[in-house]
Design a protein around this ligand. Structure first.
Ligand SMILES: [Zn+2]
Length: 335
Protein backbone atom coordinates (compact mmCIF):
# COMPACT_ATOMS: atom_id res chain seq x y z
CA UNK A 1 0.00 0.00 0.00
CA UNK A 2 1.32 3.46 -0.91
CA UNK A 3 2.25 6.06 1.70
CA UNK A 4 -0.55 8.27 0.39
CA UNK A 5 -3.10 5.54 1.06
CA UNK A 6 -1.68 4.78 4.47
CA UNK A 7 -1.95 8.46 5.45
CA UNK A 8 -5.47 8.54 4.05
CA UNK A 9 -6.44 5.53 6.16
CA UNK A 10 -4.97 7.07 9.33
CA UNK A 11 -6.84 10.34 8.63
CA UNK A 12 -10.04 8.44 7.96
CA UNK A 13 -9.66 6.51 11.24
CA UNK A 14 -9.14 9.75 13.21
CA UNK A 15 -12.23 11.35 11.65
CA UNK A 16 -14.28 8.20 12.31
CA UNK A 17 -13.12 8.02 15.95
CA UNK A 18 -13.93 11.69 16.46
CA UNK A 19 -17.45 11.07 15.18
CA UNK A 20 -17.22 13.73 12.44
CA UNK A 21 -17.79 11.27 9.60
CA UNK A 22 -20.30 9.00 11.38
CA UNK A 23 -23.43 8.80 9.21
CA UNK A 24 -25.68 9.74 12.16
CA UNK A 25 -23.88 13.09 12.28
CA UNK A 26 -22.48 13.72 8.78
CA UNK A 27 -25.53 12.33 6.98
CA UNK A 28 -28.10 14.22 9.04
CA UNK A 29 -30.46 16.15 6.82
CA UNK A 30 -28.70 14.90 3.68
CA UNK A 31 -29.84 12.58 0.92
CA UNK A 32 -27.03 10.17 0.03
CA UNK A 33 -27.07 8.26 -3.24
CA UNK A 34 -24.38 5.75 -4.16
CA UNK A 35 -23.50 4.51 -7.65
CA UNK A 36 -22.39 1.08 -8.76
CA UNK A 37 -22.08 -0.25 -12.29
CA UNK A 38 -20.84 -3.79 -12.60
CA UNK A 39 -20.45 -6.52 -10.02
CA UNK A 40 -17.80 -9.00 -11.18
CA UNK A 41 -15.78 -11.65 -9.34
CA UNK A 42 -12.75 -10.40 -11.30
CA UNK A 43 -13.07 -6.66 -12.08
CA UNK A 44 -9.81 -6.78 -14.08
CA UNK A 45 -11.59 -9.00 -16.61
CA UNK A 46 -13.54 -5.92 -17.68
CA UNK A 47 -11.87 -3.39 -20.01
CA UNK A 48 -13.27 -0.70 -17.69
CA UNK A 49 -12.37 -2.16 -14.27
CA UNK A 50 -12.94 1.17 -12.50
CA UNK A 51 -16.67 0.57 -13.09
CA UNK A 52 -16.68 -2.81 -11.31
CA UNK A 53 -16.71 -4.04 -7.72
CA UNK A 54 -16.46 -7.62 -6.48
CA UNK A 55 -19.49 -9.34 -4.92
CA UNK A 56 -17.55 -9.46 -1.61
CA UNK A 57 -16.88 -5.74 -1.68
CA UNK A 58 -20.51 -5.04 -2.49
CA UNK A 59 -21.73 -7.27 0.36
CA UNK A 60 -19.51 -5.44 2.84
CA UNK A 61 -20.48 -1.98 1.60
CA UNK A 62 -24.19 -2.90 1.73
CA UNK A 63 -23.82 -4.19 5.28
CA UNK A 64 -22.41 -0.78 6.26
CA UNK A 65 -25.27 1.04 4.52
CA UNK A 66 -27.91 -1.19 6.13
CA UNK A 67 -26.40 -0.60 9.57
CA UNK A 68 -26.17 3.18 9.40
CA UNK A 69 -28.82 4.43 6.94
CA UNK A 70 -32.49 4.16 6.05
CA UNK A 71 -32.04 2.50 2.64
CA UNK A 72 -34.84 3.00 0.10
CA UNK A 73 -35.17 3.01 -3.66
CA UNK A 74 -34.18 6.34 -5.18
CA UNK A 75 -37.68 7.63 -5.92
CA UNK A 76 -38.90 6.65 -2.43
CA UNK A 77 -35.87 8.21 -0.73
CA UNK A 78 -36.08 11.41 -2.81
CA UNK A 79 -39.80 11.78 -2.13
CA UNK A 80 -39.40 11.36 1.62
CA UNK A 81 -36.40 13.67 1.70
CA UNK A 82 -37.95 16.52 -0.27
CA UNK A 83 -41.22 16.10 1.67
CA UNK A 84 -39.18 17.03 4.75
CA UNK A 85 -38.96 13.61 6.39
CA UNK A 86 -35.94 13.11 8.61
CA UNK A 87 -35.62 9.54 9.85
CA UNK A 88 -33.28 8.78 12.75
CA UNK A 89 -30.91 7.03 10.38
CA UNK A 90 -30.29 9.25 7.31
CA UNK A 91 -31.72 8.39 3.91
CA UNK A 92 -29.61 6.55 1.37
CA UNK A 93 -30.38 5.11 -2.07
CA UNK A 94 -28.23 2.47 -3.77
CA UNK A 95 -28.21 2.73 -7.58
CA UNK A 96 -26.78 0.56 -10.37
CA UNK A 97 -26.21 1.99 -13.85
CA UNK A 98 -26.48 0.27 -17.24
CA UNK A 99 -28.69 -2.77 -16.44
CA UNK A 100 -26.03 -5.37 -17.23
CA UNK A 101 -26.72 -8.99 -16.35
CA UNK A 102 -23.92 -9.23 -13.78
CA UNK A 103 -26.16 -7.00 -11.63
CA UNK A 104 -28.77 -9.74 -11.42
CA UNK A 105 -26.26 -12.56 -11.10
CA UNK A 106 -23.94 -11.06 -8.47
CA UNK A 107 -25.54 -7.85 -7.21
CA UNK A 108 -29.06 -8.94 -6.38
CA UNK A 109 -28.05 -11.81 -4.02
CA UNK A 110 -25.98 -9.30 -2.01
CA UNK A 111 -28.88 -6.82 -1.96
CA UNK A 112 -31.30 -9.53 -0.81
CA UNK A 113 -28.90 -10.56 1.96
CA UNK A 114 -28.63 -6.96 3.18
CA UNK A 115 -32.37 -6.33 2.85
CA UNK A 116 -31.72 -3.31 0.61
CA UNK A 117 -33.93 -2.52 -2.38
CA UNK A 118 -31.90 -0.70 -5.02
CA UNK A 119 -32.69 1.26 -8.18
CA UNK A 120 -31.44 -0.09 -11.52
CA UNK A 121 -31.01 2.36 -14.41
CA UNK A 122 -31.66 0.60 -17.68
CA UNK A 123 -31.07 1.80 -21.28
CA UNK A 124 -34.59 0.81 -22.34
CA UNK A 125 -33.88 0.36 -26.04
CA UNK A 126 -31.07 -2.09 -25.34
CA UNK A 127 -32.84 -4.64 -23.13
CA UNK A 128 -33.37 -7.03 -26.04
CA UNK A 129 -30.00 -6.29 -27.61
CA UNK A 130 -27.03 -8.44 -26.65
CA UNK A 131 -24.40 -6.21 -28.29
CA UNK A 132 -22.58 -4.23 -25.61
CA UNK A 133 -23.40 -0.58 -24.87
CA UNK A 134 -21.18 1.73 -26.92
CA UNK A 135 -18.73 2.53 -24.13
CA UNK A 136 -18.35 -1.14 -23.20
CA UNK A 137 -17.86 -2.17 -26.82
CA UNK A 138 -15.32 0.58 -27.36
CA UNK A 139 -13.59 -0.60 -24.19
CA UNK A 140 -13.35 -4.17 -25.47
CA UNK A 141 -12.11 -3.09 -28.92
CA UNK A 142 -9.60 -0.58 -27.54
CA UNK A 143 -8.20 -3.08 -25.07
CA UNK A 144 -7.84 -5.65 -27.82
CA UNK A 145 -5.90 -3.20 -30.01
CA UNK A 146 -3.68 -2.06 -27.14
CA UNK A 147 -2.89 -5.68 -26.26
CA UNK A 148 -2.02 -6.32 -29.91
CA UNK A 149 0.38 -3.37 -29.84
CA UNK A 150 -1.85 -1.27 -32.09
CA UNK A 151 -2.25 1.67 -29.72
CA UNK A 152 -0.86 4.04 -32.36
CA UNK A 153 -3.86 3.25 -34.52
CA UNK A 154 -6.24 4.34 -31.76
CA UNK A 155 -4.29 7.55 -31.29
CA UNK A 156 -4.24 8.42 -34.97
CA UNK A 157 -7.95 7.64 -35.39
CA UNK A 158 -8.82 10.07 -32.67
CA UNK A 159 -6.28 12.59 -33.95
CA UNK A 160 -4.66 12.47 -30.55
CA UNK A 161 -1.46 10.47 -30.42
CA UNK A 162 -1.33 10.54 -26.62
CA UNK A 163 -4.38 8.27 -26.44
CA UNK A 164 -2.14 5.44 -27.56
CA UNK A 165 -0.37 5.56 -24.19
CA UNK A 166 -3.19 6.49 -21.91
CA UNK A 167 -5.20 3.32 -22.10
CA UNK A 168 -8.77 2.24 -22.58
CA UNK A 169 -10.37 4.74 -20.21
CA UNK A 170 -8.86 7.72 -22.08
CA UNK A 171 -10.17 6.40 -25.41
CA UNK A 172 -13.70 6.05 -24.01
CA UNK A 173 -13.51 9.52 -22.47
CA UNK A 174 -12.46 10.93 -25.83
CA UNK A 175 -15.38 9.20 -27.61
CA UNK A 176 -17.86 10.73 -25.14
CA UNK A 177 -17.18 14.10 -26.76
CA UNK A 178 -17.87 12.91 -30.33
CA UNK A 179 -21.20 13.43 -32.12
CA UNK A 180 -23.18 10.16 -32.25
CA UNK A 181 -22.51 9.37 -35.94
CA UNK A 182 -18.75 9.94 -35.52
CA UNK A 183 -18.70 7.68 -32.48
CA UNK A 184 -20.55 5.04 -34.46
CA UNK A 185 -18.07 5.32 -37.37
CA UNK A 186 -15.20 4.85 -34.95
CA UNK A 187 -16.86 1.71 -33.59
CA UNK A 188 -17.56 0.38 -37.08
CA UNK A 189 -13.96 0.93 -38.14
CA UNK A 190 -12.61 -0.78 -35.01
CA UNK A 191 -15.00 -3.72 -35.43
CA UNK A 192 -13.69 -4.22 -38.96
CA UNK A 193 -10.09 -3.67 -37.96
CA UNK A 194 -10.20 -6.26 -35.19
CA UNK A 195 -12.30 -8.66 -37.25
CA UNK A 196 -14.71 -8.90 -34.32
CA UNK A 197 -13.71 -10.09 -30.86
CA UNK A 198 -15.37 -12.71 -28.70
CA UNK A 199 -16.97 -11.40 -25.54
CA UNK A 200 -17.36 -13.21 -22.23
CA UNK A 201 -20.68 -14.77 -21.34
CA UNK A 202 -21.36 -12.14 -18.67
CA UNK A 203 -21.38 -9.26 -21.18
CA UNK A 204 -24.98 -8.36 -21.98
CA UNK A 205 -28.21 -6.85 -20.63
CA UNK A 206 -30.66 -8.06 -18.00
CA UNK A 207 -33.65 -9.36 -19.99
CA UNK A 208 -37.22 -8.14 -19.38
CA UNK A 209 -37.96 -11.30 -17.35
CA UNK A 210 -35.26 -10.37 -14.80
CA UNK A 211 -36.33 -6.73 -14.71
CA UNK A 212 -39.92 -7.85 -14.01
CA UNK A 213 -38.72 -10.11 -11.21
CA UNK A 214 -36.81 -7.20 -9.66
CA UNK A 215 -39.95 -5.08 -9.87
CA UNK A 216 -41.95 -7.75 -8.09
CA UNK A 217 -39.36 -7.88 -5.31
CA UNK A 218 -39.75 -4.14 -4.72
CA UNK A 219 -36.68 -2.88 -6.57
CA UNK A 220 -37.02 0.20 -8.77
CA UNK A 221 -36.27 0.31 -12.49
CA UNK A 222 -35.36 3.78 -13.75
CA UNK A 223 -34.61 5.06 -17.24
CA UNK A 224 -31.03 5.39 -18.45
CA UNK A 225 -32.25 6.68 -21.85
CA UNK A 226 -32.96 4.45 -24.83
CA UNK A 227 -29.51 3.91 -26.29
CA UNK A 228 -27.04 5.28 -23.70
CA UNK A 229 -26.20 8.06 -26.19
CA UNK A 230 -24.65 11.22 -24.72
CA UNK A 231 -27.59 13.57 -24.19
CA UNK A 232 -26.23 16.86 -25.46
CA UNK A 233 -27.78 19.02 -28.20
CA UNK A 234 -24.35 19.96 -29.51
CA UNK A 235 -23.63 16.27 -30.18
CA UNK A 236 -26.88 15.88 -32.10
CA UNK A 237 -28.68 13.58 -29.62
CA UNK A 238 -32.40 12.96 -30.16
CA UNK A 239 -33.14 13.99 -26.62
CA UNK A 240 -36.92 13.85 -26.78
CA UNK A 241 -36.97 10.25 -27.96
CA UNK A 242 -34.28 9.19 -25.47
CA UNK A 243 -36.20 10.70 -22.54
CA UNK A 244 -39.85 10.09 -23.50
CA UNK A 245 -39.63 6.85 -25.44
CA UNK A 246 -37.45 5.13 -22.83
CA UNK A 247 -40.06 5.91 -20.15
CA UNK A 248 -42.88 4.64 -22.33
CA UNK A 249 -41.03 1.45 -23.25
CA UNK A 250 -40.15 0.61 -19.64
CA UNK A 251 -43.68 1.37 -18.43
CA UNK A 252 -45.23 -0.75 -21.15
CA UNK A 253 -42.99 -3.73 -20.44
CA UNK A 254 -42.96 -3.47 -16.65
CA UNK A 255 -46.50 -2.25 -16.13
CA UNK A 256 -45.48 0.42 -13.63
CA UNK A 257 -44.73 4.13 -13.49
CA UNK A 258 -41.08 5.01 -14.16
CA UNK A 259 -40.13 7.85 -11.84
CA UNK A 260 -36.37 8.31 -12.06
CA UNK A 261 -33.86 9.06 -14.78
CA UNK A 262 -30.08 8.76 -14.94
CA UNK A 263 -28.06 10.81 -17.48
CA UNK A 264 -25.91 8.48 -19.61
CA UNK A 265 -22.20 9.22 -18.99
CA UNK A 266 -23.39 11.96 -16.63
CA UNK A 267 -23.78 14.52 -19.44
CA UNK A 268 -26.86 16.71 -19.96
CA UNK A 269 -27.87 20.24 -20.94
CA UNK A 270 -30.85 22.58 -20.60
CA UNK A 271 -32.81 20.61 -23.23
CA UNK A 272 -32.36 17.36 -21.29
CA UNK A 273 -33.57 18.96 -18.07
CA UNK A 274 -36.62 20.41 -19.85
CA UNK A 275 -37.52 17.05 -21.40
CA UNK A 276 -37.10 15.21 -18.08
CA UNK A 277 -39.54 17.54 -16.34
CA UNK A 278 -42.02 17.49 -19.19
CA UNK A 279 -41.95 13.68 -19.42
CA UNK A 280 -43.07 13.47 -15.78
CA UNK A 281 -40.03 11.99 -14.07
CA UNK A 282 -39.81 12.85 -10.38
CA UNK A 283 -36.03 12.93 -10.05
CA UNK A 284 -32.79 12.49 -12.00
CA UNK A 285 -29.23 11.64 -11.00
CA UNK A 286 -25.90 12.93 -12.28
CA UNK A 287 -22.37 11.56 -11.88
CA UNK A 288 -21.18 14.61 -9.94
CA UNK A 289 -19.96 13.54 -6.48
CA UNK A 290 -21.45 14.60 -3.18
CA UNK A 291 -24.60 14.32 -1.08
CA UNK A 292 -27.77 16.36 -1.45
CA UNK A 293 -29.37 19.02 0.73
CA UNK A 294 -33.03 20.07 0.86
CA UNK A 295 -32.11 22.91 -1.50
CA UNK A 296 -30.74 20.52 -4.12
CA UNK A 297 -32.55 20.27 -7.45
CA UNK A 298 -34.30 16.84 -7.58
CA UNK A 299 -33.39 16.71 -11.29
CA UNK A 300 -29.65 17.18 -10.74
CA UNK A 301 -28.94 14.93 -7.78
CA UNK A 302 -25.34 14.21 -6.81
CA UNK A 303 -24.08 10.67 -6.23
CA UNK A 304 -21.13 9.02 -4.54
CA UNK A 305 -19.32 6.74 -6.95
CA UNK A 306 -18.33 3.78 -4.80
CA UNK A 307 -15.43 2.09 -6.48
CA UNK A 308 -13.90 -0.97 -4.96
CA UNK A 309 -10.26 -0.22 -5.57
CA UNK A 310 -10.38 3.13 -3.79
CA UNK A 311 -12.06 1.83 -0.65
CA UNK A 312 -10.62 -1.61 -0.20
CA UNK A 313 -7.97 -2.58 2.30
CA UNK A 314 -7.69 -6.22 1.36
CA UNK A 315 -9.46 -8.33 -1.22
CA UNK A 316 -13.16 -7.84 -0.70
CA UNK A 317 -12.87 -5.97 2.59
CA UNK A 318 -14.28 -2.49 3.01
CA UNK A 319 -12.39 0.11 5.00
CA UNK A 320 -15.35 1.52 6.93
CA UNK A 321 -13.73 4.83 8.02
CA UNK A 322 -12.68 5.55 4.41
CA UNK A 323 -16.14 4.74 3.08
CA UNK A 324 -17.74 6.91 5.77
CA UNK A 325 -15.39 9.78 4.88
CA UNK A 326 -16.33 9.53 1.21
CA UNK A 327 -20.02 9.66 2.08
CA UNK A 328 -19.62 12.50 4.54
CA UNK A 329 -18.75 15.42 2.23
CA UNK A 330 -16.11 16.20 4.86
CA UNK A 331 -13.32 18.31 3.29
CA UNK A 332 -10.33 16.50 1.80
CA UNK A 333 -12.59 13.57 1.08
CA UNK A 334 -10.92 10.20 0.66
CA UNK A 335 -10.60 10.00 -3.12
ZN1 LIG B 1 -24.39 4.38 -17.96
Amino acid sequence: MSLKHRLRDVGAQLLWSSGLTRPSRAGRDRLNIVTFHRVLPDPAASPLPHLAVTPDFLRNALRFFAQHYTCLTLSEAAKRFFDGDQPARPLLAVTFDDGRKDNFLHGVPALRAAGIRATFFVPAGRVDDTTPLWHDELGWLARHLLEEGQGDLLGSLAGRAELADRGVHAVVQHAKGLPGPERESLLTFLRQRTGGISLPQWEGPMPWSELRQLMHEGYEIGSHSLSHDVLLDRLGADQRAEVFESKRLLEENLNTEVKSFCFPTGEYDATTLGEIREAGYQCAVTTRPGSNSRDSDPYELLRHDIQGERNRVAAGAVHVPVLAWRLSDFPGTAR
